[in-house]
Design a protein. Sequence first.
Length: 77
Amino acid sequence: MEEYSELLNEQIFAINTVWVALCAALIFFMEAGFALLEAGFVRAKNAMSIIAKVIIDIIFGGIAFFVVGFGIAYGAS
């Protein structure tokens, strides 16, 4: 019975990892769409600065996840 419990825990961990990766990919595509939306609302000369702002936002968001969010998501495992 303990063997099945360990196997179940491994499967749950794998499913949680895939879920976090899928959500991260969806957020990444959402950020790309938001960058295009924001770039469409400004003049052409300012579009690259808006794209750069969104890229910096993605970088800082990724760093913040690895500093804070990873520990919250996975705990001591």
